[in-house]
Write a protein that binds this ligand. Sequence first.
Ligand SMILES: Nc1ncnc2c1ncn2[C@@H]1O[C@H](COP(=O)(O)OP(=O)(O)OP(=O)(O)O)[C@@H](O)[C@H]1O
Ligand SMILES: [Mg+2]
Length: 258
Amino acid sequence: MALLAVNNLSVRFGGLLAIESLSLEVREGEVLSLIGPNGAGKTTAFNAISGYLRPTGGEVFFKDKNIVGRNTNDIAALGLVRTFQKTSVFPNRSALENILIGLHLTSKQSPFAIMLALPSVARDERLLAAEAERILDFVNLQNKKDELAGALPYGEQRLLEVAIALAAKPKLLLLDEPVSGMNPSETASFMAKLAEIRALGITILLVEHDMKMVMGVSDRVVCLSQGRIIANGTPAEIQSNPEVIRAYLGERHKRVVS
Ligand SMILES: Nc1ncnc2c1ncn2[C@@H]1O[C@H](COP(=O)(O)OP(=O)(O)OP(=O)(O)O)[C@@H](O)[C@H]1O
Ligand SMILES: [Mg+2]
């Protein structure tokens, strides 16, 4: 069953058609990667799917509901949660506080009860703090919980962002270049973490330029170029697809060796 179905999605920025009639499905439980050259429209697709940008046309069904026009918080509350290509932690808050901010977004307490500091709020705060610690544990940042997020090494900040997204209890997690800026050993451990996230029952839509990672973690890969899908298949099919090599992989290979 499709958890996410994108139908004929288009995004226009003035004269530029950044996404043109994009249709794709993400099935429950899979890891689907969206690849393609810089400017292909991957982040724009994420923005339109997750409510950060109103598409010019098309539909986005999440759990069979058309979510176009809903605000980002409502979409996240439904279980569609995304991370950002550029690091987006709160730098002047501790790692633990960053997770708590994520948890509060889904907390059941009314702002009124919080203002009055009702006993139920204090109890909830303790539960939330314990949950925040569990999430930090999951991403192996438990020993960094009191450090300012902005002072963490870049790879750990990226991991913290994923942890913040996990705090919102996603059913579908959209990750925009999660390992960019990570070193090879951080990337390898992130790949293992992704398998654990998936084992929790979370479906993943991934945008990533690290082809070792994409080919290693994906069930299916969709390649975008200039806002349109040029190929869709298994990692092996995509790697040997002449159109993908011409538009993206060949060029990357040249860039790596030159
Ligand atoms: N807010 C905006 N206003 C105008 N043009 C935009 C805007 N956001 C993106 N674009 C343009 O839309 C196109 C798609 O950009 P997008 O960021 O989606 O690419 P991408 O596939 O994520 O690239 P990268 O791999 O470099 O992150 C680009 O030509 C970009 O310049
Ligand atoms: Mg992008």
